[in-house]
Design a binder for this molecule. Sequence first.
Ligand code: SF4
Ligand code: SF4
Length: 311
Amino acid sequence: MPTLYWLQHGGCGGDTMSFLNVESPDLPDLLDDLGIRVLWHPSLTDTAPGERQALEDRILADETPLDILVVEGSVVQGPDGTGLFDTHRGRPKRDFAAALARRARYVVAAGTCAAFGGFGVDDVMDATGLQFRREAPGGLLGEGFRSRAGWPVVNLAGCPCHPEVVSGTLTALVNGTPLELDSYQRPREWYGMMVHQGCSRNEYHEYRVEEEEFGHKGCLFFHKGCHGPLVGGPCNVLLWNRRSSKTRAGVPCFGCTSPAFPQPFPFFQTRNIEGVPVDLPMGIDRAHYMAYKTMAAAAAPARLTHRRTKV
Ligand code: SF4
Ligand code: SF4
């Protein structure tokens, strides 16, 4: 029976909240189907503190096997590199995380904070991710880290990570299904598609029909800060709660699956130079993009340009 330990670091607990809402199957059925024994999870186990310590000692002594370690939240290294802002049993929690990671068959970072540091990288928390600090390889465990099964940390980016990405990853690990990872160690299955894919506003993007006022139909890329064509993620394909997504609800994608998240500039604005976004859709050439968008805007059909329908 595969075992799982879920460790929370500096964060909001959002990845736990997201995972608790997994559907088809729901969480109890998922754990039953996969035969996972949850050794510890802050919301799923009722282990007394003394029993938890004994359990941790047995894992660290290699007496209780640890198959999957899931880490949520950024690893806190402050103040001044001591790690004492976030402790476990009187010692920096980062040391406990590193010791558990060395005993686990697989290590999974749930959410952008655990994967890349997220919030707190640039402030007094001096946060980092498990194997990256923003885009730079390294993090807590170092670039060369491999779990006992020979895997790097599997990064399930997102703020929070989509629950079906967590359940799909656990299913793959337990069943021994290969997971192809991208250069930031995110499974290509879910991060190989753009958030833009499947957005209900794609036709508006195509003809550069722009949202100028929230609450109308139109693309949010040109003025409202949407990162949909800039970052990978399954939000408009899996959908959230099986029915919606930020962009479908009229909110720009903030690019939370990117190692650079959160950005240091405002979320609801698109940075632009003379009306052309600074950050263009991934892989596109600026000169061709400008020519294409000018022509596309000129060719936009009236049924789109005259849209006034509220979303
Ligand atoms: S709102 Fe964002 S995700 Fe949707 S079509 Fe526009 S750029 Fe793409
Ligand atoms: S739409 Fe963008 S910001 Fe929202 S959850 Fe998806 S990737 Fe993150």
